[in-house]
Write a protein that binds this ligand. Structure first.
Ligand code: GLP
Length: 245
């Protein structure tokens, strides 16, 4: 595991976009796993900038988003398809047919779809305040496959900031499983702000347990965690465990 602690959200986004951009330059037909939430928005802004100013091409890139709410169609401003169109896809030269989201119709074939194209080369992740990844909530077991899940009260409350009222937040979602995520060849997890300090602490300190879903990532052979100072606040004396840059 490699831990990169940077000064602020902007530096986190720039570094993350560079890693993604380098992967696309090395392998133009990259299979990218993408995340939503407020944290990756700036990363997507940098990728758009790299597209406009440096000619970074997404012509052959294929994307698989981590998750999607049930009951919101793609035109709903709170759907993750809408989010990705708004922040990235409409601003780069990606082909719409190459962008994939799990949904209620395809979730049982989503993993085989990913496998059939060679697997995810780079998976971008955010992290929930309760250490969820995708919509894999704290539970008694790690989920293996993309599936239909119930959202926890804390996630519904946390995500209600995007909706007019908390009652509008869907109670269920489709998410890549922990097993699906762990199969990615490379994982980059980003987190910013003090409200993520506990989640980052549990991710890095362990123990690996489904109560802290992100903790399983410690078993991944190519994991990079990029955080700002605020999200790293609880990481004292962790140098031995992580290669810190
Ligand atoms: C949602 C998404 C997660 C994301 C999390 C954190 O629940 N399903 O993939 O990591 O939010 O979002 P934010 O970056 O807004 O804190």
């Amino acid at each position: 595991m490699k831990l990169i602690i940077l000064n602020n959200e902007n530096e986190v986004a720039k570094k993350t976009a560079q890693i993604i951009g380098d992967k696309i330059k090395e392998k133009p037909r990259t299979n990218l796993g993408l995340a939503t939430g407020s944290t990756p928005i700036k990363t997507y802004e940098y990728l758009v900038k790299m597209h406009n100013e440096e000619g970074l091409s997404f012509k052959n890139v294929i994307t698989y988003n981590l998750d999607e709410y049930c009951s919101l169609d793609q035109y709903n401003i709170n759907s993750y398809r809408y989010f990705m169109n708004q922040h990235l896809f409409s601003k780069i030269n990606i082909k719409k047919d190459n962008t994939h989201f799990p949904d209620e119709d395809n979730f049982d074939v989503y993993d085989s779809l990913i496998n059939s194209c060679g697997g995810i080369d780079l998976q971008l992740l955010g992290i929930g305040v309760n250490a969820h990844i995708g919509f894999n909530e704290p539970s008694d077991a790690f989920s293996l496959y993309t599936s239909h899940v119930n959202l926890s009260e804390s996630t519904i409350k946390e995500n209600s900031r995007f909706f007019d009222t908390i009652d509008e937040v869907p109670k269920t979602a489709i998410t890549m499983g922990i097993g699906t995520i762990m199969k990615a060849k490379k994982i980059v997890l980003i987190a910013c702000g003090e409200k993520k300090e506990d989640a980052i602490f549990h991710l890095i300190k362990g123990p690996i347990m489904p109560k802290y879903p992100a903790s399983v990532l410690l078993l991944h052979p190519d994991l990079t965690i990029i955080v700002d100072n605020k999200a790293a606040r609880k990481l004292k004396n962790m140098e031995e465990k992580c290669k810190i840059t």
